[in-house]
Design a protein around this ligand. Sequence first.
Ligand SMILES: [Zn+2]
Length: 394
Amino acid sequence: MSSLHYWNYPTEIFCGPGALDVLAERCKLLGMRNPLLVTDPGMLALEPMALIKAHLQHADIAFAVFSDIDSNPSLNDVARGVAAFKAGRHDSLIALGGGSAMDAAKGISLASVDAQGLEQYQWSNVIASYPTLADFPHLDLPRLIALPTTAGTGSELGREAVLTLSEENIKRVVSHPELLPACVILDPVLTRGLPAALTAATGMDALTHHIEAFCSPLYHPMSSGVAVEGIRLIQQHLCNAHRDGQNMVAREGMLIASAMAAVAFQKGLGGVHALAHPLGARYHKHHGLLNAILLPYVLVANRQAISRDIARLARYLELPQPDFDGFLDWVLQLREQLGIAHSLGEMGLDTDAADWVGEQALADVSSSDTNACVLSAADYTQIFRNAVQGVLPR
Ligand SMILES: [Zn+2]
């Protein structure tokens, strides 16, 4: 994996160490004359920002930076971004960062063209009104180039943005086919500065995407195949990337796996995300870390529905015990090797709001049809209690 790759699946992808070199050329080919560079404030002083700025300046491409976003970007962040986009007469967007930068950039793109778009294209409306991609109105959204600096959300290959309704502590998923970036640059150099703890949490987010997609009952064998190989890549690379952040092979493997997850989860996500979304909005904990902790508890709750498929997966991964319990042990060991807590209680969460968590999880888009089995609000409340207390029923 030491060379550069060009793929078009499901959009244009440049991958490999040095892939960043195509940025200015792609801007020009896509007609991006004055992009707004959206990133999170933590990125401003880091190497990826300096590299991107140097590439754009060297190519005489005008741009401005917008970084006034939260780690769980809100509608208010998007509104400020739209104001900056319009004030600077920008014609396009570059997203640099993790999921928050990607999601904010997508929100700005949509809201800059259609002020009602964040309402109209939220997931529940989309399902009812636009059954296929061709049913969506053509909006001619600004072009977006995505450069992930974490290997986790896969948002760079998705048509969705997750935004928080600040006042209600609820996450909203917005979807439109034109939110898929026109070009994605997966350059492991951009992720080498990611601290070990974030490498672990974002990598576990990617793993959770693949596992939940793989376990989704929706019939989509293409995505199932992507999920299986994505999980194997994470098995091969996550611990190495965590142990040595300068390991470019491991970093690239994780970037590819996390991007693949967005293709896999066209099958949908499940109970882990259904719980992590309200918990992230209420307690402002890292999405990937919440997923990492919740994953074993939801696997156990889904056990009956998924044990055959998980056994097949465990054989592909060549686990020493190729069945559900062997797979669960692998997840627990991986989590431990990455230094991730076993319970939400260790992160300071308690069960005071357990009933609210259960109701919100049930209402979440990830629990609708795509969790492996039907879970009630009471089931979600119980899973949450187990995860807070570290009780894993075997
Ligand atoms: Zn996720």
